[in-house]
Design a protein around this ligand. Structure first.
Ligand code: ATP
Ligand code: MG
Length: 419
């Protein structure tokens, strides 16, 4: 039944909106992306802007990257453009490099293919079978509002999948049979929550049902792939609503194991996480770029804080953190170096919090490379707000213990190195 419905849509005409009907202005499109689109057009190829860029422009937001789809093959793009790198094993696509490190992805239209596994680059015939028409390309995408095409040359918007109606109704819907699409790639469940949260859209009821039925499949996804998604969302300026969505739909336990279980069952812990994440989101909106290890340390703090309570030495804190991460059963693969940095940050922050309680401090910790970010975390955890100019652990300590001996300028890390 679903299949029939899909087929009739597949055979149906696309909705095409003219320049006066969609409100997208070419002025909002990156100049290099426009150059690629116009050049491909002059070479008699079809080329569209797609994905998040089209969605964001229709929502009146500034797109952060501009993906292009075309009927030109990756080899042809390499031939006609400079500084092109072909990437991808299963499906090859072209990365066109520009000055300042800008990269624009140019993919060839492809059809839906559920078979996983890499295709060797030399298997040209197999690669050929993956290519498709614009309509097929739209249908192989995951969410309707992410599958719109914009033809910059004629300023027309092309919708094969009902994305425009869903944008109007503020709905997140999966293209094709939702259960099958989630089964093929469970990361789409996460993506549904992300785009619903970021746009403030409702999730279609059928999609919601399938999320509940298939969410456990996320745990079996590649840990590296889950890390990519985790990295993307935690770094994003609107991290909070996405993690609230992941929590609400019970996904966290399938992604970050016991930490997720804790955030799903202990409302107070999760409320604390939301409070801290909102502060960081606000900082990001003000142009501050927290490093990823800091964001991670903040993210896991509400879960780890009570576990760290019995620690009396930094050695204890180390051991507790090591065990917590080891036993958590996370599906997301946190790189070892990241875990080490997060541990270092939290051990130092705990030390500072203890110093604030006891009035005893060893200023030699100022020589630690993570001292400055850890001092910021300590301030954040203690005050539940971001530090402003001149504020940090040290200012808190001096306020609480005005007569305690200060660190003295000669004991900072810089002076030590100069000796
Ligand atoms: P943003 O980059 O703002 O997060 P985006 O929609 O551009 O949003 P990307 O992850 O950059 O998202 O992917 C680009 C496009 O590729 C998507 O818009 C979607 O059409 C398609 N896509 C990405 N991941 C999948 C997937 N797992 N299954 C099907 N299509 C996908
Ligand atoms: Mg994108």
């Amino acid at each position: 039944m679903d299949e029939l419905k899909n087929l009739s849509r597949l055979d149906g005409e696309a909705i095409v909106l003219k320049k006066t009907e969609h409100g997208i202005s070419r002025r909002n499109i990156d100049a290099d992306a426009l150059k690629i689109l116009f050049r491909l057009h002059s070479l008699k190829f079809t080329a569209y802007l797609t994905g998040g860029a089209v969605r964001d422009m229709l929502l009146g937001k500034t797109p952060k990257d501009f993906d292009i789809v075309t009927d030109a093959r990756p080899g042809q793009i390499k031939k006609y453009f400079q500084r092109v790198f072909i990437i991808g094993r299963r499906f090859r696509l072209a990365h066109v490099h520009f000055s300042g490190g800008k990269v624009i992805e140019v993919a060839t239209f492809r059809k839906h293919s559920s078979s996983a596994g890499p295709v060797a680059a030399q298997e040209r015939d197999v690669q050929e079978t993956l290519y498709g028409t614009p309509r097929e390309d739209a249908w192989r995408r995951d969410i309707t509002i992410n599958a719109l095409f914009f033809d910059a040359v004629t300023s027309t918007l092309i919708d094969y999948v009902g994305g425009l109606a869903d944008l109007r109704q503020k709905k997140i819907r999966i293209i094709g049979d939702c259960g099958e699409r989630f089964h093929e790639d469970p990361v789409r469940i996460w993506r549904v929550i992300r785009y619903a949260a970021r746009a403030g859209f409702a999730i279609d009821e059928n999609v919601e049902r399938e999320i509940m039925a298939k969410r456990h499949l996320l745990a079996a996804c590649s840990g590296a792939r889950l890390f990519e998604e985790f990295y993307k969302d935690l770094n994003h300026a609107a991290a909070t609503p996405v993690f609230e969505g992941l929590q609400r739909y019970g996904l966290l336990v399938h992604i970050i194991g016991r930490a997720g279980e804790n955030y799903q069952t202990d409302a107070a812990r999760f409320a604390r996480l939301v409070q801290l994440m909102e502060i960081e989101d606000c900082e990001k909106a003000n142009g501050f770029r927290p490093k990823f290890d800091e964001l991670c340390a903040i993210f896991f703090w509400p879960w780890l804080e009570p576990q760290l309570a019995p620690a009396t030495t930094p050695g204890d804190s180390h051991a507790i953190l090591k065990k917590a991460f080891q036993d958590a059963g996370m599906s997301v693969l946190l790189p070892k170096s990241l875990r080490a940095q997060v541990t270092e940050l939290l051990v130092l922050a705990v030390k500072m919090i203890r110093a604030l309680r006891s009035g005893r401090v060893r200023w030699s910790m100022r020589a630690r490379t993570q001292y400055v970010p850890a001092a910021r975390l300590c301030f954040l955890f203690e005050k539940s707000r971001a530090p402003e100019g001149g504020e940090s652990f040290e200012s808190l300590f001096r306020q609480a213990y005005p007569h305690a001996q200060g660190p003295g300028p000669e004991r900072g890390p810089r002076q030590r190195r100069l000796k």
